[in-house]
Design a protein around this ligand. Structure first.
Ligand SMILES: NC(=O)c1ccc[n+]([C@@H]2O[C@H](COP(=O)([O-])OP(=O)(O)OC[C@H]3O[C@@H](n4cnc5c(N)ncnc54)[C@H](OP(=O)(O)O)[C@@H]3O)[C@@H](O)[C@H]2O)c1
Length: 333
């Protein structure tokens, strides 16, 4: 079977290598991964910004089918369609250091492999009617949006949600918010993408490159602020997110796009607006199962911008780095 390995030197140094077909041990299954999708986290691993051991198999997202079952496994049967977990050891409950130490495609091997041994506990089913490509978009980006809005934010119909940018995670935020009956506001750097967002039912879109006070603009356009923000920029966006949010609004700190690893905020504005901020990193298996159940009822499908072949992983990352995409980039395996 073929896998792609990470080696020092960034995208050019990634290697396709042959490895022996795996056999499942007790409690394990063998999965044939059919598709993976790109997340910003995978990009940081691929370019060496997140250091990993040489030979690490990248990609946290995978969708595939069970090929063989190890001793003692009753959760799955051969032929079942499954999805990976970003944190293979976080099954349920609140996060702990032990549950979140294993990160697929970073601290443990990921899904850029034709076959893989996976613990039977570290998989969920796919939504009904989803292709492998569609299911492979969900485990990192969709689960993050789901957790931020539904699990942590207790999103209700009629509430207002701000999504920032048009990356994979943000567009899942849009679709999940609409499935719950919430109203959606957005930012983007592209006039064309702004039109697409409006076509999808977004009430108002602000260009964060052109409007230096885009948070305040969104506060006004939303009629007194939004109830939920999916913040993707950290230090580069958080003050705007606080400005855009309503009294009592909930801000989910998710990313650091735009060099936002560090930053400053005006604290009185935050606490006199009685706001709440939750830092999150993806979610548990139980949360992923709840999200799949919700998709099975509401039926929304992910927005796939482009698909690449197995050999095209480096090109897929180069395309992601241009920021030209709208939604998810998929690689078929
Ligand atoms: N904490 C977690 O669990 C978690 C999980 C998933 C993702 N994330 C984080 O969430 C962020 C987005 O991830 P993704 O995988 O959806 O990325 P992605 O698909 O690569 O999306 C990036 C998009 O974000 C927008 N953007 C870029 N720079 C921006 C800035 N300075 N301010 C506002 N928007 C900006 C752009 O949208 P336009 O082209 O429309 O301008 C760009 O297309 C990343 O920081 C990622 O690390 C965190």
């Amino acid at each position: 079977m073929r896998v792609i390995e990470i080696h020092p030197g960034g995208l050019e140094a990634m290697q396709i290598v042959e490895r022996p077909d795996p056999k499942p041990g007790p409690g394990d299954v063998v999965v044939r991964w059919h598709a993976t999708s790109l997340n910003y986290h995978d990009y940081l691993v691929a370019i060496g910004a997140i250091p990993v051991p040489e030979g690490r198999i990248p990609m946290s997202d995978g969708a595939g089918e069970i090929m063989a079952i190890g001793e003692g496994v009753s959760r799955w049967q051969v032929g079942d369609k499954v999805m990976s977990l970003f944190f293979p050891n976080w099954i349920e409950g609140r996060p702990t250091a032990a549950k979140t130490r294993g990160i697929s495609g970073e601290t443990v091997d990921g899904c850029m492999a034709e076959l893989a041994i996976v613990s039977a506990e570290s998989l969920t089913g796919m939504p009904e009617g989803y292709s492998y490509a569609e299911a492979a978009t969900l485990p990192c980006a969709a689960l993050t949006a789901w957790r931020g809005l539904v699990e942590e934010g207790d999103l209700r119909s009629g509430e207002k949600v701000l999504i920032e940018g048009t990356g994979g995670m943000s567009l899942f935020g849009l679709q999940i918010a609409q499935a719950v009956g919430a109203r959606v506001f957005a930012t983007t750097s592209s006039p064309e993408k702004a039109e697409r967002l409006k076509g999808m039912g977004v009430e108002a879109v602000v260009n964060y490159r052109e409007d230096e006070r885009w948070g305040r603009t969104l506060f006004k356009l939303s009629g007194g602020g939004v109830d939920h923000v999916l913040d993707v920029g950290g230090g580069s966006t958080m003050q705007h997110s606080i400005d855009a949010a309503a009294m009592g609004g909930h801000i989910v700190s998710i990313g650091i796009l735009g060099d936002g690893r560090k930053g400053s905020i005006t604290f009185p504005k935050f606490f006199f607006k009685h706001q709440r901020m939750t830092g999150i990193a993806v979610g548990s298996r139980v949360m992923q199962e709840a999200m799949v159940a919700a998709i099975n009822v509401s039926g929304w499908k992910p927005i796939i911008d482009r698909e690449f072949a197995f050999e095209g992983l480096a090109d897929a990352f180069r395309y992601q780095a241009t920021g030209g995409h709208f939604g998810k980039i998929v690689v078929t395996i």
